[in-house]
Design a protein around this ligand. Structure first.
Ligand code: BG6
Length: 510
């Protein structure tokens, strides 16, 4: 196991939701799992007047996100965790002198022996990234002469390519790229990391992982929830920015990439960047309209209950055309993937919460046993990222009886069957990686820019073209009806259920 050095985590925007909801529970689990170094403190910094005690109460002792866990723990255990947490009020704004903050950091560092190793976690709007980086630099807090300094930034990393570049340039004025950790919480999911392992540690998949054997690749990301309380943010963002540019293109890069030379962070990230750069950019309106589709959920009634449409959500413009569903078909211009279509869709207010990748293999070149049902005769590899995490292979078997009728059977593996140690939550894993200086699961500047480069023309066309429609779909359905038309040869999308094997099939092999 790698050693985690003594250090301090300084969270900007600490009074916000993310700290209580994700960061502190992740730190608590790391503490319980004995993953935190001996000398470790957290310093929350934001614009709310609070004492250390108030902050501890808010994010630990009275936190609704820790409530269940705390009841099981000894009071002394909670106290020792809570004692590691401190708070500094920055006053009215983030753009002030950080000399007082610097004094506090120095004092805590000396008192708690954190060896001058600091992680600055920016849980603030991206418009503040450069300002905070500059103010830290002015106080000498980015210098690595006594201990290392790292900065973690949250998504959204940019609004488009130009703003992402500007953010990168702004941060790079004060931090080296090797100090910057851009969070994409999907990379912290075990099952997303397992895409790499499935591909590169088995000899049965990789030889087939190319245009000769793969017919098309399908990725579905669906959520049952709507925009909830985030209407204000979401209405300016939309599904393509919110999910596709970041999380889904990260998954795409892991499917498309070539084998890295080794498992070093830079080698893996180099291959991911190459993969993202090889996505064929759609340049003209006609191509974009033919290969993309946007939708928005509209009110419906489910089990007698009226479900709000997107335009009725708080913070959303009643005439909004922002997409809550996006589907994109694209190609990858390289030797491995020539002519293999990729279909990726994401949506809110859909029937179930699920993320999965489906590799559809080609039917055998010569068909000895004919089958009428095109969707059922090809082999499929389904990688379930969430929930009911696992892998399913669909293959043809003979229907008992006369003749050679072929049906599909399932061969499955579930993560829950492994009796190894508990699976870390995404934030736990990513925080621990940053603490240990491992950047593998963080997006590099060129990676983020390559993803925006692909998405930018689509966003531009969607916002400027007078002939791009936003299609309505009822809450609780699989998106606009015409989204099936995006997929050629009447394959359609696989609309899965909660469970990996939910989909009518012939039999289940255990
Ligand atoms: C976030 C998006 O990054 O990911 C949200 O901003 C989305 O809109 C969330 O709901 C989904 O994450 P998960 O881990 O629940 O699939």
């Amino acid at each position: 196991m790698k050693k985690t050095q003594n250090q301090m985590l300084i969270i900007f925007g600490a009074s916000g939701d993310l700290t209580a909801r994700k960061l502190v529970p992740a730190l608590f689990n790391l503490y319980k799992g004995k993953h935190l170094p001996e000398n470790f403190v957290v310093l929350g910094a934001s614009r709310s007047p609070m004492s250390n005690e108030d902050f501890r109460k808010k994010v630990v002792e009275e936190s609704e996100f820790l409530k269940k866990k705390l009841t099981k723990e000894e009071a002394s255990f909670i106290k020792t965790f809570s004692d590691k947490i401190f708070y500094e009020d920055l006053g009215e704004k983030y753009d002030v002198s950080y000399s007082q903050l610097a004094n506090k950091i120095t004092a805590l560092n000396e008192e708690h022996g954190t060896a001058g190793n600091y992680i600055f976690y920016l849980s603030t709007p991206p418009s503040l990234y450069e300002t905070i980086a500059k103010n830290l630099w002015e106080e000498g807090l980015t210098k690595e002469d006594h201990g290392w300094k790292r900065i973690i930034v949250e998504k959204p990393f940019g609004y488009d390519l130009a703003s992402a570049k500007a953010l990168n340039e702004g941060i790079h004025k004060y931090f080296q790229e090797s100090q910057v950790y851009r969070i994409d919480h999907y990379l912290g999911k075990e099952t997303v990391q397992n895409l790499l392992v499935t591909r590169f540690s088995n000899s049965i998949f990789e030889p087939l992982w190319n245009r000769r054997y793969i017919h098309h690749v399908e990725i579905t990301n669906a959520e049952t929830v709507g925009v909830e309380k985030r209407g204000g943010y979401y209405d300016k963002s939309g599904a393509l920015r919110d999910m596709f540019q970041s999380h889904l293109l990260q998954i795409v890069s892991l499917i498309v990439m070539e084998p890295p030379i080794n498992s070093d962070a830079e080698e893996i990230r180099n291959e991911k960047v190459k993969a993202l750069k090889s996505l064929r950019i759609m340049k003209d309106e006609k191509t974009i309209i033919e290969n993309t589709l946007r939708g928005q959920y509209v009110a419906s009634t489910i089990d007698g209950k009226t479900m709000k449409g997107y335009r009725e959500e708080d913070g959303v413009d009643p005439d909004s055309t922002t997409e809550t569903f996006a589907a994109v078909k694209f190609f990858v211009d390289n030797w491995r993937w020539k002519d293999v279509p990729f279909y990726v869709r994401t949506g809110k207010a859909m029937p179930t919460k699920v993320t999965e990748v489906i590799i559809h293999f080609k039917t055998p070149h010569h068909e000895v046993f004919k089958s009428q049902d095109i969707y059922r005769k090809d082999n499929k590899l389904i990688i379930r990222i969430q929930p009911d995490e696992g892998i399913l292979i669909k293959f043809g078997v003979k229907v008992p009886g006369l003749g050679f009728h072929v049906e599909q059977a399932n061969m499955d593996f579930y993560y829950s069957d492994l009796d190894s140690a508990k699976v870390m939550d995404a934030y736990e894993r990513l925080l621990l990686d940053a603490m240990q200086g491992d950047t593998t699961l963080y997006a590099r500047a060129d990676e983020v820019e390559a993803a925006w480069k692909f998405v930018d023309p689509i966003l531009k066309c969607w916002s400027e073209s007078s002939i791009v429609n936003t299609y309505g779909y009822s809450v609780g359905t699989w998106g606009p009806r015409n989204s099936d038309e995006l997929i050629e040869d009447s394959y359609g999308w696989r609309n899965p259920g909660d469970l990996l094997t939910d989909e009518s099939g012939f039999c289940v092999l255990c």
